[in-house]
Design a protein around this ligand. Structure first.
Ligand code: ATP
Ligand code: MG
Length: 418
């Protein structure tokens, strides 16, 4: 059917725009106070960027990329924001002034997933990245800004979970351990996990299938997963969070879907979203990403998170502003009054009013009905007599009274808006 949006995409209709504008305005006010600056990178990126950074065996790369081929170019519609921001950091050598850089972005992302509530093929993320420090205090601050932002816009009743997946060596050691203990029970795992077993066994840990979860709980020993350095790093992250009064759950099963994560990972979920897609916001540390993208030229650690805005809106259902600024003034007129009406409306708009001019010089009765429908507080009436005397009848819709003033005085009357 022609008149239907592509599966997994949706129109944001005017009634929903106030919520979106509210979130965007809050972000643009909030993040700069923590020193984050907005960055906007292209929707189109080289496919190779994501193969290198997200990992060949991540779900996103294996199954979810929207590929755009144009001549010899293999491009994709970006599935996430971090890789593009990291690419821009390397490409423009944004490290040269000060390697520590803080960015945020807001924009559409694309993944070829099976659409359902809270899972779309085009969705929006608000993301934050900090490059240049691997100090645990930066992890603490990153989690702090995420929680503060979400609470600030009114999100309540969420759960924050954190974990450390350790350094590359730790991840490798855990993978070996997982293959060892899961080998004999492989057949009990779901189809996805059987595939993951061979290609990316860490992902078996955060499979949501109860059978897989049981097998993992019964077999895996988390005792010595982290090396002393990573254990200490994680300990400092946790005590920092505690010092700030941020409530979290430690979850040894939390691993993130993308390969670039090392050490601290975290997710914030909300029960209103329903199992399977209850994560509102997720992130972690990606200390090897810049090195990967710069092909070894730059070695800069980083950490960040991304909030799924559609999911945030679902989780806050009802708690967001619905009303935008409505129409304040409607202008109606008798035949011949079209041009003076348009002129008057333009002048009022310049002084900040939102004004609609009646679409035609029908009877005053039907024009008044129209003015009511658009919700104007004031109706300006340019009848034959008013036009002749260069006056306007001004009707105050909330109080019902009407006065007549000179054209040049209208601004003052509707200026003291109700
Ligand atoms: P999930 O486990 O739900 O698939 P993910 O690990 O793929 O999430 P990330 O890549 O970490 O998600 O993206 C960060 C956030 O972006 C998610 O927590 C979610 O809020 C949002 N998000 C991710 N994929 C989608 C999607 N297909 N539709 C809507 N929002 C999404
Ligand atoms: Mg996903």
């Amino acid at each position: 059917m022609l008149a239907r949006a592509v599966r997994g995409t949706r129109d944001i209709l005017p009634d929903e725009i106030p919520s979106w504008l509210y979130l965007e305005a809050r972000a643009r006010d909030f993040f700069p106070r923590y020193g984050f600056r907005e960055i906007r990178t292209p929707v189109l990126e080289e496919m190779a960027l994501f193969l290198r950074s997200l990992g060949q065996t991540s779900d996103v790369v294996e199954k979810q990329m929207f590929v755009v081929e144009k001549g010899d170019d293999q491009l994709v519609l970006r599935p996430e924001g971090t890789a593009g921001v990291a690419r821009a950091y390397v490409e423009h050598r944004l490290d040269l002034n000060d390697p520590i850089q803080r960015y945020f972005y807001i924009g559409p992302m694309f993944r070829g997933e099976r659409p359902q509530r809270g899972r779309l093929r085009q969705f929006h993320q608000l993301g934050v990245e900090i490059f240049g420090s691997d100090d645990p205090i930066v992890d603490v601050e990153t989690i702090l800004v995420m929680v503060r932002f979400l609470e600030g816009v009114g999100l309540k009743g969420y759960t924050l979970r954190i974990n450390s997946v350790g350094c590359r060596e730790d991840k490798e050691r855990l993978s070996v351990h997982l293959r060892e203990v899961l080998a004999s029970r492989k057949r009990e795992l779901c189809e996805d996990c059987q595939r993951r077993f061979d290609r990316n066994v860490l992902r078996v840990l955060d499979c949501k299938n109860p059978a897989c979860r049981r097998v993992v709980e019964e077999s895996v020993d988390f005792g010595e997963v982290l090396c002393p350095g990573c254990r200490d790093h994680f300990q400092q992250v946790k005590s920092g969070l505690e010092g700030l009064g941020i409530i979290y759950q430690e979850d040894r099963f939390l691993v993130r879907g993308l390969d670039y994560y090392l050490r601290t990972v975290f997710e914030l979920s909300h029960p209103a979203l329903g199992a399977g897609q209850d994560t509102v916001s997720a992130g972690g540390r990606y200390d090897g990403l810049i090195e990967e993208i710069s092909e070894g030229k730059l070695s800069v650690p980083g950490i960040g998170f991304a909030i799924g805005l559609e999911r945030l809106l679902l989780a806050m259902e009802g708690g967001l502003p619905k009303e935008g600024k409505g129409i304040e003034v409607a202008v109606i007129y008798s035949p011949g009054g079209e041009v003076p009406a348009l002129k008057l409306a333009a002048e009022l708009r310049e002084s900040g009013r939102s004004v609609l001019v009646s679409p035609s010089a029908r009877s005053f009765r039907s024009q008044m009905r129209w003015a009511n429908r658009v919700g104007a507080n004031w109706v300006l009436i340019l009848g034959d007599e008013e036009l002749e005397k260069r006056e306007v009848a001004v009707k105050d819709m909330s109080r019902g009274h009407q006065i007549r003033v000179g054209l040049d005085k209208v601004k003052e009357v509707v200026g003291e808006s109700s």
